[in-house]
Design a protein around this ligand. Sequence first.
Ligand SMILES: Nc1nc2c(c(=O)[nH]1)N[C@H]1C(S)=C(S)[C@@H](COP(=O)(O)O)O[C@H]1N2
Ligand SMILES: [Mo]
Length: 559
Amino acid sequence: MRFAAAASSGLVAGLAALCVAELVSVAVRPEASPVTAVGGAFIDRTPPWLKEFAVRNFGTNDKLVLQLGILAVLGLFALAAGVFAARRRVAGSAVVLVFGAVGAWAAVERPDGHLPDAWPSVVGAVVAAGVLYLLAGTLAPRTAPVAPRDGEPAGGPGSDGGPGSVPSTLGPVPDASGPASSGLGPVPSVLGSVPGSFDRRNFVVAASAAVAASAVAGGVGRRLNSSELAKAAATREDIVLPRPASPARPVPAGADLGVPGLSAFTTPSKDFYRVDTALVVPRVDASAWRLRIHGKGVTRPLTVSFDDLLRRELIERDITLTCVSNEVGGPYVGNARWIGVRLADLLREAGVRPPSGGGPADQLVARSVDGMTIGSPVETVMDGRDAMLALGMNGEPLPFAHGFPVRMLVPGLYGYVSACKWIQDLELTTFDSYDAYWVKRTWSREAPIKTESRIDTPRPFASPKAGRVPVAGVAWAQHRGIARVEVRVDGGAWQTARLAEETGRDTWRQWMWEWPATSGSHTLEVRATDRDGSTQTDRRVGTVPNGATGWHSVVVAVT
Ligand SMILES: Nc1nc2c(c(=O)[nH]1)N[C@H]1C(S)=C(S)[C@@H](COP(=O)(O)O)O[C@H]1N2
Ligand SMILES: [Mo]
């Protein structure tokens, strides 16, 4: 009984820590709350194999799994701390401070961390240590008001509950649930100290009070944090995107083949894949947002505001974005209609010349408000393609999850070397002198998107009826364009698929082939050829270090 109470006192203290930290994070920022900070530190240190494992098994839920994992570990340690504190009140309570230190360290050392980010963990831990100390006090073995005999103290041996105390089952313990124990007053016991017994009511009262106070602190913290978020949402809603000076050509009807189960040509923003290291989506106030352009070869450093960008000539383009972590047949690819400012124009205004024009910088490093760094080749950014600072996605300001207020996009390059979300700084430098975030983690410095194709329908292990079965999917080779897609069944001859109308070389292209399916189990395979004439290789390689290759195949059982 006392053991269970001791363990739960740890949980109560842990809850107090998290709730108080949530409240304090209002004064700092939501990202500084301990679970988020520890999660972020964990993400920064995740080895590539583990990241791939998480992405493969949990997909976009990987962050939820991580946070639940942290809470579970925290819970176990809290239980242990509670049991320890019941034996060693001071030392046990002090252990909690160690957790605070871990949280504080994690918050401060994140790429975008500052000293104040330590506060939520520190205050939370101090409060939790206090709560644990008080609760451990109520767990002290109860002493009966027996008249001390000849200088013997009322609290007899074992009253510290320490290693020498007698296990409760051995002694004649008055039934703690009996009427005698329900009062706070003296217990009519004939025994002196009762090892293993404690005032249950005192404990329950104190623990309940701590839980209630924590819930209030946590609830208020949550509420205030989310009203901050609501404020950011309001600034986003106020934005009216001007008509682009250079609009995209309407998506031709022929770009969408309309096959059931086939990915739409334009991916709705709510369905667009999301890949980033942010446990809390940054909510940037667009009116306070600034972007600085500086570094090697910048003769006129620039600082631009969101309104500055809105007043510039805007371009609108359909661009397909792909993640380097996308496995063959995977979901981390999407196509959207983006509105933005030509990045090359801004760079030229800042005096930047590409390496081919004699410029000293070959790497453009983008930095986000959450400390992400993404390096792109200056040559590529300035070679005439529609590299942009995007402000709009599918006719609206960028969604928060996709980089509001401004992100970078470079058609033809994987996201981790081109598509910095929540961007706030652009630095001209060299590949020799600086490695960006993922490059430090074994990914390639440069990573053009590989020619790929995917079968969307039929789904794996589908059981279509024999007869004409539409086989359809998407193929992409951004900035080169798709020239041909072929399908084959059971390793037979390649069949040329029908391609959807081309909208540009920076987008994916739908394809479809009518399969005269016969009953039985069959394997469908697809391969694409880009406009440079390269055919997608069948060589299976994993995503690290610069993108997966191989043919996507789907097994179906025709009935
Ligand atoms: N700030 C920031 N920007 C980022 C990332 C990130 O982790 N943080 N991830 C990049 C990666 S790996 C990809 S694939 C794209 C994904 O963009 P999306 O989430 O809008 O699809 O964003 C890129 N930009
Ligand atoms: Mo990515």
